[in-house]
Write a protein that binds this ligand. Structure first.
Ligand code: NOJ
Length: 872
């Protein structure tokens, strides 16, 4: 339920506008129940020392110092995309926050790594971690405190959604491993990771609140929230992520940035999150309400309606709301302690570099505060090369993600001397320059990433054509998306056709697609279907290579006899070329697997997955399909897709044998009781003196126009104190209380009740290479709940996966997989807990190379494993 807004005139205008515009309501039953107060951080033992250090500083900070660190100094008011105020007297610096999930945005001498969706397609936990470490090293090298990634929401519920490619795939467990391993990697070098966007931001259009309209409301039930969309966030919190970014949209009618149900209840109490919560950029729509609802940091600090005027819901307004008693002092102390504790937790108090780049310009010198008309200037870019040897991990990921969908007659791998005809502009770099479009907001040339804040500038782009040249391949290139008349087809030619499909973030529209693929639908861009058809009409051996943000329709050409092979290279980043060559020429066997299902038609999906168009008032997006997205839906509707989730061929074959299942921790239907909360720091709760927020006289002499400050004019600070003395009261929202709660039974540690993560069973499996080429296999483990339950569960659900190393022909490797208590539970809405619905029941534990190639079944009750094909 949305809490009331702050006293600001801007919010009052907004409130009246949005309430008169609200002609469509959230459907009955979709509730974001108020949850107060915001739980204090510092109650898990793994953060105790950082909270202790933080509390020593916080106890010594003035009101204006505290409010200064909870918000950005304004959009374009510093070198990074977000820059917090500092508290230099206690030696707490301004923090630099910077995008994005695949590399440093708007910078130089950085690596443009493969996108999240590509990482997901590797099904390789080691590569997920290694990329995280490399990202962390680069962000640290540029002096960035807070990395704005990984993205695990959107989940990819909606295939046309613009930003699905920033995350790891359309399954919560794949997304969870991708997010958690990335966080662990990033944070291993002391950079604070930010898991985003909480939650259910499944389409780009109408995502933001503005003067005319509230942001779209994602309406989802409690079970769907827990079992799908929250799952990756829980794993990220369990990995100790330092920051969480709230999504732009509303959930069940309440804006995520001030949704007390999501922040206070789900994130801070149930998931035991100890770090700090930030808004997405200009997503904060109130002052007091967002603070009470648990928001800790406002980004980039400005009001959401008209930024750059020097107006904020926090900063000086936060100081005012403390002085007039609207926000309890302990709420501010908690927010500040969370921010400082995270900084200590990641060791950033020890020799952390200062920013040495500028997201606003590539010039060496420029304005220090470009958002101000009158800014001092100075050196802003020092061009520090942070790439190290990260191209290697980037290339390994790009290669090991390549997903071979079809390979008729073993046309791949190619012989070194194959005579190649190459078609499609996607094979070569954008002729206007690899970084010519801001934030990659165009689809020209090789598609290495989608567009928006999740993009990064390329240091170089190794295109497929570059790599063919480097190999000395025998090829002719036709740099066109229309079939050329002069290609002289010969029977021995092999045609490589490069096609793509793009999407991105909503602030840029590319070829009529405003982020989401509204006009492209799930089709290839630039008449790619026609190009493939035309090539297939003239050549008998055609290989189609697809760079894509997500699922596309292949039906227009997939079954043409000439189309022998189809490869998804996903979004490879800078290493598009050589990674592909290693697969095409067979140096390495493909080992990528689809991180989503490929349909035969958009009609395969339920109607609730259509993009939501314009609606008067708040657009309503009701997740009526519940748990049934991607393969869960295809199973339920009994639809055979073109390619199933997890599908991916190799140049060799594998057998899965000698499977065993071993019980570890005995199950009970209800988890063991959670541990009690530890004791967080506490502070005096007296409202500080107004003087703690007065503008210092000397500060006025260097005041930057439109920069956001936390000080108040003396008269304003005194007036706030007078309001308090006069007994004026803030209209607190329903359910508001200041008494801290013990926390729900499902909580107890970072990620939730630690017992949820007890290993219930381990599964071991022997993988043998039964073919003639060296290759890597992926074992995917899916759980089928026991039959006859009162509760409905999807046919099977991915719960774990493991990838072998390169196996020579005949070689074997034993893989270990595991199932936790949570993996075997359902979220019980009434009990508000994870319950095992049948302790004695026989869970089917299915293992295979794709969701439609499950060939080993282990039974939890029978205790044995058999070779058997799964069928619905
Ligand atoms: C908005 C995007 O949604 C978010 O992911 C990004 O981190 C911020 N902008 C900052 O650029």
């Amino acid at each position: 339920m949305s809490a009331p807004h702050s006293f600001s005139i801007f919010s009052l205008i907004l409130l009246s506008l949005s309430s008169c515009a609200s002609s469509i309501d959230v459907p009955a039953g979709y509730v974001a129940a108020p949850y107060y107060p915001a739980p204090h951080g510092g109650w898990t033992s793994d953060w105790t020392e950082s909270y202790r250090k933080a509390s020593l500083l916080v106890s010594n900070m003035t009101l204006a110092e505290k409010t200064n660190v909870t918000a950005g100094t304004g959009i374009f008011m510093g070198r990074c995309v977000g820059n917090t105020g500092s508290a230099t007297r206690v030696e707490f610096p301004s923090l630099c926050l910077q995008d994005g999930p695949l590399g440093i945005r708007n910078s130089d001498h950085n690596t443009a790594f493969p996108a999240g969706i590509t990482v997901g397609a590797t099904f390789d936990k080691n590569l997920m971690y290694a990329r995280g470490v490399a990202l962390g090293e680069e962000f640290r090298g540029k002096g960035i405190n807070i990395h704005l990634g990984p993205s695990v929401g959107p989940l990819g519920r909606r295939p046309r959604g613009g930003r699905n490619w920033e995350g790891f795939g359309s399954d919560p467990v794949l997304q969870a491993f991708g997010g958690a391993r990335t966080i662990e990697g990033i944070q291993s070098v002391g950079v604070i990771a930010t898991i985003k966007h909480l939650i259910a931001n499944e389409q780009e259009m109408y995502r933001m609140y503005n003067l005319a309209q509230p942001g779209i409301s994602s309406n989802l039930d409690d079970r769907t929230l827990h079992e799908l969309y929250l799952w990756p966030f829980a794993e990220g919190v369990r990995s100790g992520v330092g920051a969480v970014m709230m999504a732009y949209n509303a959930v069940n009618g309440s804006a995520c940035s001030q949704n007390s149900y999501l922040i206070n209840n789900i994130l801070k109490d149930e998931l035991g999150f100890q770090g700090f919560v930030m808004s997405d950029w200009l997503a904060q729509i109130s002052g007091v309400a967002s603070s009470l609802s648990g928001l800790d940091m406002s980004m980039p600090g400005d009001i959401h309606t008209i930024p750059l005027l020097g107006s904020s819901y926090w900063m000086y307004e936060y100081s005012r709301s403390i002085l007039n008693g609207s926000v309890p002092v302990d709420r501010l102390n908690d927010a500040v302690t969370r921010i400082l504790a995270t900084w200590f937790q990641l060791g950033q108090d020890q020799d952390y570099p200062k920013p040495n780049f500028d997201t606003n310009t590539l010039d060496a010198e420029g304005p220090l505060y470009p958002g101000s008309l009158f800014s001092p200037t100075g050196i802003v870019n020092e061009f520090v090369d942070v790439q190290g040897n990260h191209a290697d991990v980037a290339r390994d990921i790009a290669r090991d993600a390549i997903t071979l969908l079809k390979n008729t007659n073993g046309i791949l791998p190619l012989s070194k001397t194959a005579k190649l005809k190459v078609f499609g502009t996607d094979a070569e770099k954008n002729p206007d320059g690899i970084n010519s479009c801001t934030d990659m907001g165009c689809d020209k040339g090789t598609l290495g990433m989608g567009w928006g804040s999740g993009s990064a500038r390329y240091p170089y782009l190794d295109s497929p054509i570059d790599a063919l040249k480097a190999r000395g391949a025998n090829f002719t290139f036709f740099n066109t998306d229309s079939f050329p008349s002069n290609s002289n087809p010969a029977a021995s030619d092999i045609a490589l056709v490069f096609v793509n499909a793009d999407s991105g973030e909503n602030y840029i529209t590319v070829e009529n697609n405003p982020g989401d693929r509204t006009s492209a639908n799930l089709n290839l861009w630039h008449n790619g279907d026609k190009l493939v058809q035309d090539v297939a009409a003239k050549y008998t051996n055609v290989i189609v290579i697809v760079h894509t943000v997500g699922p596309i329709l292949l039906e227009a050409w997939h079954d043409l006899p000439a189309v022998k092979s189809v490869l998804f290279a996903h979004l490879p980043g800078q290493e598009a070329g050589e990674s592909l060559m290693q697969i095409l020429f067979g140096d390495v066997s493909p080992s990528g697997h689809l991180p989503y299902t490929i349909p035969t038609s958009e009609d395969n999906y339920p109607d609730s997955l259509d993009l939501i168009g314009f609606e008067l008032g708040q657009p309503q997006d009701t997740f009526t399909e519940g748990l049934y997205v991607d393969y869960r839906h295809f199973h339920k509707a009994n639809i055979t897709p073109r390619y199933a989730f997890g599908h991916g061929l190799s140049y060799t074959t594998f057998s899965f044998t000698n499977a065993t299942i071993t019980p570890v921790t005995p199950l009970t239907s209800t988890p063991p009781a959670r541990p009690a909360k530890g004791t967080p720091p506490s502070y005096p709760t007296a409202i500080p003196a107004a003087a703690e927020a007065y503008w210092p006289a000397e500060a006025k002499t260097y005041r930057i126009w439109r920069y956001l400050y936390s000080w108040l004019e003396k008269a304003d600070a005194d007036a706030a104190a007078a309001d308090l003395a006069a007994g004026k009261k803030y209209p607190y929202p329903p359910g508001y209380t200041t008494t801290q709660k013990p926390g729900p039974p499902a909580g107890g540690a970072q990620g939730g009740n630690p017992a949820l993560f007890d290993t219930a069973y381990t599964v071991s499996l022997r993988v043998t290479n039964t073919g003639n080429a060296t290759g890597r296999a992926v074992a995917q483990l899916y759980v089928q709940f026991p039959p006859g339950l009162a509760v409905d569960t999807p046919a099977v659900q991915l719960r774990d996966f493991a990838k072998t190393g390169p196996l020579a022909p005949g070689a074997s490797q034993t893989l270990q997989l595991r199932l936790t208590r949570k993996d075997l539970s359902v979220w019980d809405v009434a009990a508000q807990n994870w319950l095992v619905p049948s302790v004695a029941g026989d869970y089917g534990v299915w293992i295979g190379e794709a969701v439609d190639r499950l060939g080993v079944r282990c039974g939890s009750a029978t205790g044995g494993c058999v070779e058997k094909a799964f069928s619905l």
